[in-house]
Design a protein around this ligand. Structure first.
Ligand SMILES: *Cc1c(COP(=O)(O)O)cnc(C)c1O
Length: 397
């Protein structure tokens, strides 16, 4: 047995030599602004827990209560006997929250994109995608091409001129369905899709719009996401996202017309052939949406802290790239130097993630700082003090 998988160990060693492997760090306890990481107390700047809900007492209580009522697991695939009334309560809650006709959940956001995107198109149709879209969209597109014979076009990041060229070309070449796919917030740079312009172009050329709002929900539009931010709630055809980021829970979501939802759960293989997430996860997610709607100062606090942090970093001389959201990168450039900065931050009690090639282009390595509404100004001042020290140490400022 060991011999047959020896080639995998060799490949792993090769990747390790090139600095392309992950070192998994363990959180000892809940994900929150102050965490213990591999035995060291740190300020957390690497989680997607923007609204500090992952360890919120109300989410914990909702989960416990649902376990008492529904047990630990769903017991079956969604499609067979795993969808419980509490799941459907969440589906309705998603529709209400996103102001759409209907909503539903998948295991994860990844499962929405990989499962639904291929079903939207067939031969003679085209998927038009931003070059920096999330890997799960890219996988969905690949399945659409290989299994369902759809075509794809890719436009340079947020380049509306190029998007229009793609749409024009698609029209000239007589494609039937055209679907424009975009992330709402791009996860490596923290910039926002030009959703109003994308929607306008799509309308002009009769294309559908598909938005992945994983990093926009809980953050943009007072917490409701990118559609509300740009006032295009009635226009976007397909909205998906996840409960695993700002909402502090778990699971993928889809919102749109009733026709879309019914079609989606009858065709997505990632939904049909996979178990429902446990009922307490549904309860936690419902509670999260309630809190986001009830406490609007939570989102405001996130943005106040973000603006403070970004402003201070920039005035020290750091480059924060294209950041427009609580994803605030400190650009480093060289991969090795970036890894070194991440290690030095950790030594000083700050957990920030180094993002290096191939996650971003060569020479574009950065620390991805992610702000959390539960941090205090004192926390950020401590982070800034360390950044100033290390910025000088590593010749970044
Ligand atoms: C995180 C993320 C996903 C995946 O969501 P999960 O629920 O964690 O699977 C999909 N798309 C984007 C843009 C993401 O950032």
């Amino acid at each position: 047995m060991a011999e047959k998988t020896e080639y995998l160990r060799e490949k792993y060693e090769e990747m390790k030599e090139q600095g392309l492997t992950w070192t998994i760090r363990n959180l000892e306890g809940p994900s929150q602004p102050h965490v213990t990481v591999d035995g060291k107390e740190c300020i957390m700047l690497a989680s997607n827990n923007y609204l500090d809900l992952a360890n919120h007492p109300r989410l914990r209580e909702a989960g416990k209560k649902a376990i008492e009522e529904y047990g630990a697991g769903a017991g079956s695939d969604w499609s067979i006997a795993g969808t419980m009334d509490i799941h459907e309560e969440l589906w309705d809650r998603i529709a209400e929250f996103k102001k759409t006709e209907a909503g539903m959940t998948y295991q994860t956001g990844f499962a929405v994109n990989a499962g639904l995107v291929p079903q939207l198109v067939g031969k003679g149709d085209v998927l038009i995608s931003d070059e920096l879209n999330h890997g799960s969209i890219i996988d969905g597109i690949m399945i659409a091409q290989r299994m369902y014979k759809a075509d794809k076009m890719v436009y340079s990041h947020s380049d509306m001129g190029e998007l229009e060229k793609c749409l024009k070309k698609a029209e000239e070449e007589g494609y039937d369905k055209k679907v424009v796919l975009t992330d709402g917030v791009f996860s490596m740079d923290g910039d926002i899709a030009k959703m109003d312009e994308i929607q306008e172009l799509a309308n002009e050329y009769g294309a559908l719009t598909y938005v992945d709002d994983a990093h926009g929900e809980g953050v943009l539009g007072g917490g409701h996401g990118i559609a509300k931010e740009f006032d295009v709630e009635d226009d976007i055809d397909i909205q998906m996202g996840t409960f695993s980021k700002a909402f502090g829970g778990f699971g993928g979501m889809l919102a749109g017309t009733e026709g879309l939802i019914k079609f989606a759960y009858n065709t997505s293989r990632s939904w049909l052939l996979s178990a429902a997430f446990p009922p307490h996860v549904a309860a936690i997610n419902i509670e999260a949406l309630d809190i986001v709607e009830e406490e609007d100062d939570r989102v405001k606090k996130l943005w106040d802290l973000t603006e403070y942090f970004k402003g201070e970093l920039e005035s020290m001389g750091f480059d924060t790239g294209f950041s427009e959201t609580p994803i605030v990168p400190t650009m480093v450039g060289d991969s090795k130097k970036c890894q070194k900065l991440a290690n030095r931050l950790y030594d000083e009690g700050i957990f920030g993630l180094a993002i290096v090639y191939p996650m971003v282009a060569k020479g574009q390595a950065r620390i991805r700082n992610q702000i959390n509404a539960g941090l205090t100004k004192d926390d950020l001042n401590e982070v800034l003090r360390v950044y100033e020290k290390l910025g000088k140490e590593l010749d970044l400022i």
